[in-house]
Design a protein around this ligand. Structure first.
Ligand code: CA
Length: 217
């Protein structure tokens, strides 16, 4: 997961970049409107400050939308409702109001990226998860999974290599409210590992949760 942070004020961008990296999100950074379209190539989400030294962020968004459907979160000043509305009309996916916390931004980044991927096929090297057809294959061979196993794998496959916290897995696959010990989660992971044919595809991250291995070919 990589985010392009468009922000001209180092007092904002520096803690933001460090904070996103702490949250397991890779970053790129530009401070000028003229750099955005090029820099947005190959990132998963763009965080766009609307007040830039060489142009209006709204114009940047319009220009970006002509060439790209990358998810965009706009950052607006408190009370600047017009910018927010125009931004959303022009195809921004979400907005944050300054000052915002890194945790809030990280959650929104993951949410907009997730919405874009709902019907997409997740290819993680050996594992392919086709969400629209509800199919999974490993090394090209189809695998039969239960609905819960499928959902669990799909969450892990959204971001291979990311240690997904147990609580997030539990709340997204079973119930928003975390109850009990989460034994159900471990049982499903064990069964998923067996069906995938290679237990090392799903790694246990002690004290955190699970992650889908990258480059285990
Ligand atoms: Ca600014």
């Amino acid at each position: 997961m990589k985010v392009l942070v468009v922000e001209d004020d180092p007092a904002v961008s520096e803690p933001l970049l460090a904070g996103l990296q702490r949250n397991g999100i890779d970053t790129e950074h530009v401070g000028y409107a003229s750099q955005v379209v090029l820099a947005a190539q190959g990132v998963d989400v763009v965080l766009l400050d609307l007040g830039l030294p060489d142009g209006d962020g709204i114009d940047v968004l319009r220009e970006l939308r002509r060439v790209s459907d990358v998810p965009v979160i706009i950052a607006t000043a408190r009370g600047d409702e017009t910018d927010r509305i125009v931004g959303l009309e022009l195809g921004a996916d979400d907005y944050v109001v300054k000052p915002f916390s890194v945790r809030e931004l990280a959650a929104r980044v993951r949410a907009v990226a997730r919405r874009r991927r709902v019907d997409s096929t997740l290819e993680t090297g050996r594992v392919v998860v086709d969400r629209s057809q509800h199919r999974v294959s490993v090394d090209g061979s189809p695998i039969e999974l239960t609905a819960k196993e499928f959902d669990l794998l799909a969450v892990l496959a959204e971001e291979p290599g990311r240690a997904v916290p147990r609580q997030e897995l539990f709340s997204r696959v079973w119930d928003p409210v975390w109850v009990g010990t989460g034994k159900t989660l471990d049982v499903h992971v064990a069964s998923l590992r067996k069906k995938l044919g290679d237990p090392e595809l799903i790694e246990t991250v002690r004290g955190v949760g699970y992650r889908l291995a990258v480059d285990t070919a």
